[in-house]
Design a protein around this ligand. Structure first.
Ligand code: ATP
Ligand code: MG
Length: 657
């Protein structure tokens, strides 16, 4: 199969590099710093990571730094160290006299409703209350606590409270159904749930407590206690003996709750992956390595300076929220916005209105949000003052160069570097990115490896590919933030990540490295299309489609084709108000042909008002592949779909063809 990895005859040009607007500024790493630090991180990982570990307070400083093997699989970092991550994110700032610094700025869903600001001192008091309440209900070290919350302060507080008492949190995104919630409660045998009565998103209520009730009514999901935060004054049912109002329990808890000393390898959290490629995996992260990893990546990648305002628009239900709303920024003592709402409510300018209101300096969001807003034009952006912005980040999917350009030119007025960050739930934090002061940027490329990260591209037989090439993305050496297991199923951990290419961590992503050493994620390896022996990433064809001015979004999959082996099947969503006819179909096919080359000419265009996405906004190509293959019977796990109706519409569209 390795011949399928041969490059196309037209060698892609090395794309232009755009100078970062922060290069030459006083950033945490210049380009020479990057080169030097990266070199040391590979030549002396123990020295490098023991210095990074000094970012944290340890009750016992680790003597052993790295101790890992990928064959057999056993990963440990800082194993004899003892610390508490909640202490590091909260208490130590207060102890150091920074208790009056603002930690969280809560921006509610309704722009007219009252927000809330908490200093580190106030956050500490809240966390102690929540930790006391959890303890009172019987939760302790090693217990799993499921957190099913809206994007409110208490969501972050619940996570920190678990960490404080040594309980393992499993945050389930508040948009998930009772079925999905029940499955996750059952999978990790969680005996405690923290939820709110209800949430608010885009002006609509989310019945969180009712969903918990429905989940717990199912066989298997069986808990001792549910702690309910009153957020929306909803009328909810409380089950006697099981359900407790947080404000009632917390009214009578001790005024202190010491941080539990945790071994570096004690579990910190379980988080289920988004399910883009199959049944979600309960990824397990431990304490010390994760803390060092998010502290270090946040520092360098977002280049945070005291006094700045950081805003990550993710939800705490995703790893992005864990690492860059809760732990990374707070360990660094940052001030940050926590946003309950959505980008398009009450209008498409909401993000930029929040940026203006809170004078956000560093903003981190996902391509799905950027594409959705781009579709609505520049006016909603230009209506708000964005002069505070200094850095713009993106994560979650490859960003099409078209969307990158819009983010850079329109949102950032070409003043802020775009920090495209490639990473995964399993990696704990950012792995490949440009650093604002160190690297030039290439629209659509994630950039360069972070300190300690050794990416490697291999062909389907595992042969290492050097230089500018396409391949399957592996990482050859462990890093502190790496997941340690799949909860309760270590065999699945080994099978999924370490068995395809022995001795390497396999990411599941396809990737191209250009001759400048920049990495370009081309999509999931499972999604790679092989047209007449030419390997093609879905991202490339999608970017070509989206670069047509009438196209809002596209998803590309392969389907069986008599002559070519695989044909190119494209699902296309047009901009508001546009219609597709035969002439346009021909025009769009031609557009892709000129953008990439004849080999990439779409075989079929399927116009659709919407694409199936995970709750985190990622396109679920595995379902699209099945539909393109006319295989409607086995669509696989669809529990993490944001809107299952989209699938029915697509199936109808396919059958009517
Ligand atoms: P599952 O593992 O259940 O299929 P998932 O992979 O979508 O779900 P996450 O861990 O949230 O769950 O997503 C990680 C994946 O997202 C990466 O493997 C990659 O495919 C994609 N990704 C994340 N950031 C980027 C980025 N900056 N550029 C390109 N792809 C990205
Ligand atoms: Mg994944």
């Amino acid at each position: 199969m390795s011949d399928s990895l041969e490059k196309t005859t037209d060698e892609p040009e090395v794309p232009e590099t755009i100078a970062s607007p922060q290069q030459g500024a006083d950033t945490h790493a210049s380009s020479s710093d990057y080169a030097a630090l990266y070199a040391v991180s590979l030549s002396d990982p123990d020295g490098f990571w023991s210095r990074q570990a000094e970012r944290l307070d340890w009750t016992q400083v680790p003597g052993t730094i790295a101790n890992w093997s990928y064959d057999p699989v056993a990963i440990k970092w800082f194993e004899d160290g003892v610390l508490n991550i909640c202490h590091n994110a909260v208490d130590r700032h207060v102890a150091a006299g920074r208790g009056d610094v603002t930690a969280l700025i809560f921006e509610p869903d309704d722009p007219g409703a009252a927000g809330r600001t908490l200093t580190y001192g106030e956050l500490q008091a809240e966390v102690i209350r929540m930790a006391g309440a959890l303890k009172k209900l019987g939760a302790g070290k090693g217990d799993r606590v499921t957190i099913y919350m809206p994007m409110i302060v208490e969501g972050a507080v619940a996570m920190l409270a678990c960490a404080r008492i040594g309980a393992i949190h499993s945050v389930v995104f508040g948009g998930f159904s009772p079925e999905a919630l029940a499955g996750r409660i059952e999978d990790c045998e969680s005996k405690f749930v923290v939820c709110a009565d209800g949430g608010l998103r885009g002006g609509k209520g989310v019945p969180l407590k009712a969903n918990v009730d429905a989940a717990l009514a199912k066989d298997g999901a069986d808990v001792d206690a549910v702690l309910v935060v009153n957020h929306t004054d909803s009328d909810i049912a409380m089950t006697e003996g099981r359900d407790h109002w947080y404000h009632e329990v917390a009214a009578d808890v001790p005024s202190d709750c010491p941080c539990e000393p945790m071994g570096a390898e004690d579990p910190l959290f379980i988080l289920y992956t988004s399910g883009s490629t199959g049944k979600p995996k309960g990824v397990l992260h431990t304490t010390g390595g994760y803390a060092v990893w998010v502290a270090t990546t946040f520092h360098y990648v977002f280049d945070y300076k005291p006094g700045e305002v950081f805003w990550c628009s993710a939800d705490i239900g995703w790893v992005t929220g864990h690492s860059y709303i809760v732990y990374g920024p707070l360990i660094n003592g940052a001030t940050e916005v926590m946003f309950e709402g959505v980008p398009n409510y009450p209008d498409h300018g909401r993000f930029w209105q929040v940026v203006a209101k809170h004078k956000v300096n560093i903003f981190y969001t996902a391509p799905t949000a950027i594409r959705a807003l781009m579709r609505e034009g520049d006016e909603p952006v230009k209506a708000h003052d964005r002069s505070s912005l200094r850095l713009l980040g993106t994560v979650g999917e490859p960003i099409n160069p078209e969307a990158w350009r819009w983010y850079y030119d329109v949102v950032g007025d070409a003043q802020s570097p775009i920090i495209d960050t490639w990473w995964q739930t399993e990696t704990g934090g950012i792995m490949i990115t440009t650093l604002p002061g160190a690297h030039g940027m290439k629209p659509g490329s994630a950039g360069k490896p972070f300190f300690g990260i050794q990416p490697q591209l291999v062909d389907n037989d595992g042969a290492v590919l050097d230089g500018a090439t396409d391949g399957n993305l592996c990482i050859t050496a462990s890093w502190p933030g790496q997941a340690r297991s799949v909860y309760g199923d270590h065999e699945r951990f080994i099978q999924t990540y370490f068995s395809t290419y022995k001795g390497k961590y396999f990411t599941g992503d396809g990737c191209r490295r250009d001759s400048d050493g920049y990495y370009w994620i081309t999509g999931r390896v499972d999604d790679v299309i092989n047209v007449s022996g030419h390997r093609m990433g879905t991202a490339e064809v999608e970017s070509a489609l989206v670069s047509h001015p009438k196209v809002a979004e596209a998803a590309v999959v392969g389907y069986p084709h008599d002559i070519k082996g695989q044909g190119i099947y494209c699902y296309v969503t047009l901009n508001a108000g546009e219609e597709a006819d035969d002439a346009f179909t021909a025009e769009l096919k031609n557009h892709v042909r000129t953008e990439i080359g004849p080999i990439a000419t779409p075989d079929h265009l399927h116009f659709t008002p919407a694409l199936p996405k995970t709750r985190s906004g990622k396109i679920m190509r595995r379902i699209l592949r099945k539909i393109a293959e006319n295989d409607f019977a086995t669509l696989g796990d669809t529990s993490t779909l944001a809107d299952p109706n989209v699938v029915d519409t697509l199936v109808q569209g396919r059958m009517n063809r």
